[in-house]
Write a protein that binds this ligand. Structure first.
Ligand code: ADP
Length: 375
């Protein structure tokens, strides 16, 4: 089979690492010919994944296409789908998820719990909804890694509001942020990964530490899993879906957002689960049985993020020390240049008890730094 990936970042790179275990010819489309996935595929095409003609031409002779980022040209994928190319996830699912306004409306229509919201067209519009505060403002399209999200607690925060079509949603009193990856094949069969629990770096609004399986009460887990299944069925699409959710102070569960692809919250599945999320997606695309999602050991993911004040050729301080730790698995994404906040790699740690796991995760966080060499 000839399979294309739209986007050539680290998710594409890890997807390609898993592809090497199967008989599949891989194609990557990405604007940067030095991107993390460029050298692991059979065929690399330099081009814009948001451009209709580029995506259509790239996909025309392929058997299947998947994505590693949502900002792709959906119209081209729709045309390719009509012409018989299999798309994972379906273009209709990407369309729903790509725009946060449409995504929120989809949750509402399908009775999937997600915090109450209003659609706003511009800043002035937001100012008329002060009674809805404290709220979170999310730009409809184009936001990622926290860049399209602003917390608006009171009138003084109005300046931060987006002057573009956005969602204004009620701020949830978050107890835990979790994510769950659900896989669905063409037959509608599903497989669910254990829930991951995350901690965000408030300064950068980036996920920087994560544990899986999450320690949540069984009753809450059932709700979380039921929501994920309902969501995947409502999207009516085969593929992999990472559902980010909040558990609030009352143990109610709210969907934050969904990613229709392999996801950061599943990096650890490479070592810590029998079938990784990347392997799972290939099984779906290549029409093989779904894999075993069970955990081998509890795991933590530490993201390696470019240090503040360091821009230039990347160097990894503390790598030797980290590699001495039992069950520490280092993944560097092959990005030569670092800058503050850039995702450069991750480390997965596994341990059979959570106390030691947390301890080791903190040790890795403190040891390993992405800095710029003075060269
Ligand atoms: P991105 O897609 O850019 O990562 P998210 O929608 O995940 O953006 O939001 C980033 C962070 O903002 C979340 O991880 C969470 O901490 C906070 N957040 C988002 N929505 C809400 C909400 N409704 N209530 C409280 N906090 C929220």
């Amino acid at each position: 089979m000839k399979v294309g990936i739209l986007g050539g970042g680290q998710l594409g790179r890890m997807l390609l690492q898993a592809a090497a275990n199967y008989t599949v010819e891989t194609f990557v489309l990405e604007n940067d010919s030095n991107c993390p996935a460029a050298h692991l595929c059979h065929h690399f095409t330099k081009g814009d994944i948001t451009d209709f003609d580029t995506v259509y031409t790239f996909g025309k002779y392929l058997d299947a296409i998947t994505i590693e980022i949502e900002s792709v040209n959906v119209s081209a994928l729709e045309k390719l789908e009509q012409e018989g190319v299999k798309i994972y996830p379906s273009p209709s699912a990407i369309k729903i998820i790509k725009n946060k306004i449409v995504q929120k409306q989809f949750y509402k229509t399908n009775e999937i719990p997600s915090s109450e919201f209003i659609v706003t067209q511009n800043k002035a519009d937001v100012a008329t909804h002060l009674n809805f505060f404290p709220a979170v403002h999310k730009i409809g399209e184009g936001g990622y890694d926290g860049k399209g999200v602003q917390i608006l607690n009171n009138e003084q925060d109005l300046d931060k509001a987006f002057d573009a079509p956005s969602v204004l949603e009620k701020k949830v009193a978050i107890k835990k942020e979790i994510a769950l990856i659900i896989a669905m094949n063409d037959k509608g069969e599903t497989a669910i990964y254990p829930v991951s629990e995350m901690m965000v770096n408030p300064a950068l609004n980036l996920l920087d530490y994560q544990i899986s399986p999450a320690t949540i009460p069984e009753k809450v887990l059932w709700v979380v899993e039921a929501i994920a299944i309902k969501l995947a069925k409502a999207l009516k699409s085969a593929g992999l879906f990472a559902v980010e959710m909040f558990i609030d102070q009352n143990d109610d569960v709210w969907v934050n957002e969904t990613a229709p692809r392999v996801h950061n919250s599943g990096h650890h599945t490479i070592e810590a689960n029998h079938c990784s999320q990347y392997d799972m997606l290939w099984r779906i695309i290549l029409q093989y049985p779904l894999g075993n999602t069970a955990p081998i050991l509890p795991a933590a993911i530490i993201n390696l993020i470019g240090e503040e004040g360091h821009t230039g050729t990347a160097q990894y301080e503390g790598l030797e020390e980290v590699l001495k730790i039992d069950n520490a698995f280092v993944h560097l994404y092959g990005k030569t240049q670092t800058k503050p906040g850039r995702k450069m790699g991750h480390v997965t740690i596994m341990h059979n008890n959570y106390h030691d796991l947390t301890h080791k995760a903190n040790k890795v966080k403190n040891l390993l730094k992405v800095i710029a060499s003075s060269r």
